[in-house]
Design a protein around this ligand. Structure first.
Ligand code: DAH
Length: 337
């Protein structure tokens, strides 16, 4: 046996650990009590003293080689076990919870999409506004009650700076920068110093619409809003315009749509009137055009503004505006689209 040491070393060197069974065979063959190394050690006792040193070294080399091969192979198997490569692609994958847009975003996107078909683009206003853009340029008289501390959040250190109370200031910012033709939507968050209840909130969203060009008439306003109402609330929707007052439009109106819940027959949502109030609108006041450097003798325009929360409440049958701000996952997951 001992004469074959070199062959054994060769054999172990060439050994390929391609299965656990083969590794175990190798271990039994060389390291077990009846294995080759036990036998070799036994024979070693009778080796001539002069040759002991050389044989001894070879035997140790063989033993270390076998041990190394085995431990390497085992490490390899363990690594494989932690990374299974026998992937079954027919198994169902892990379940990920996919987020969704907020209902306010959904409604806003839908409104933008409808008006974009009529050539409206989107502009950004600013949440922190000055008195001029939020009120003065929009033809609010200096003593107008909307400027009252009770409605408007003013910045304490500078009474000229406030949180915008509506997106209408966005009209002014657009017209200051751009001459007609203008077709623009200004969506955004607005702030009012109001008590929070199921029906009103101190923070909400609006979208403003503005169209200024030559010969824009009230008929254009009506047609545009009717198109929107039918696209958004349904083909059968009817609209009605009631006279109203806003400082920045003349004439001004409020638009109602036939109740999409009961089809106009009367229900709890429309308080049995068959109509839902959805937006304010009117022809842009000549003073507003003038304040923005647009000649009211040449151009005319219409504007409208609607609350997104109110629109979403009607669309989704939500009865408490506070739900939009509470980030309750159960509520929000209802609006996955
Ligand atoms: N800014 C008004 C509000 O907050 C809504 C509004 C009414 C906007 C008439 C308009 C408009 O552009 O023409 O109640």
């Amino acid at each position: 046996m001992i004469e074959n040491l070199k062959d054994f070393i060769d054999e172990v060197e060439k050994f390929k650990a391609d299965s656990k069974e083969k590794v175990e065979e190798l271990r039994l063959k060389f390291l077990s009590r009846k294995g080759i190394l036990t036998e070799i050690f036994n024979e070693f006792k009778s080796v001539a003293p002069a040759e002991k040193r050389e044989y001894g070294q070879r035997i140790n080399a063989l033993k270390q080689l076998v041990e190394k091969k085995i431990s390497e192979a085992q490490a390899g198997f363990e690594e494989k076990a932690s990374k299974p490569n026998d992937l079954d692609i027919t198994l169902p994958g892990p379940n990920y919870t996919i987020g969704s847009h907020h209902p306010i975003t959904n409604v806003l996107n839908e409104i933008i999409e409808i008006f974009s078909r009529l050539g409206f683009t989107v502009a950004e206003g600013q949440e922190i506004e000055d008195d001029y853009h939020n009120f003065t340029a929009l033809n609010f008289a200096p003593e107008h009650p909307a400027r009252d501390m009770q409605d408007t959040f003013f910045i304490e250190t500078d009474p000229d700076i406030l949180l915008r109370t509506h997106t209408s200031g966005g009209q002014v910012r657009v017209m200051e920068k751009q001459q007609p033709p203008i077709r623009v939507l200004v969506p955004g968050r607005v702030f009012r110093n109001e008590a929070v209840s199921a029906r009103s909130h101190c923070i909400f969203h609006q979208v403003e619409g503005l169209y200024v060009d030559k010969n824009v008439s009230f008929a254009d306003l009506k047609q545009t809003l009717m198109y929107f109402a039918k696209e958004f609330y349904g083909e059968k929707t009817e609209i009605r315009l009631r006279p109203s007052y806003f400082p920045f439009t003349e004439p001004s109106a409020e638009m109602d749509v036939s109740c999409s819940i009961c089809g106009g027959k009367g229900c709890g949502i429309c308080k049995n009137t068959g109509w839902l109030e959805v937006l304010g609108c009117g022809m842009v006041h000549p003073n507003v055009l003038r304040n923005c450097g647009i000649d009211p003798e040449v151009y005319s325009g219409f504007a409208f503004g609607m609350g997104i929360e109110r629109t979403a409440m009607l669309r989704y049958g939500v009865t408490d505006i506070r739900m939009f701000f509470e980030n309750d996952m159960k509520f929000l997951s209802r609006f996955k689209i």
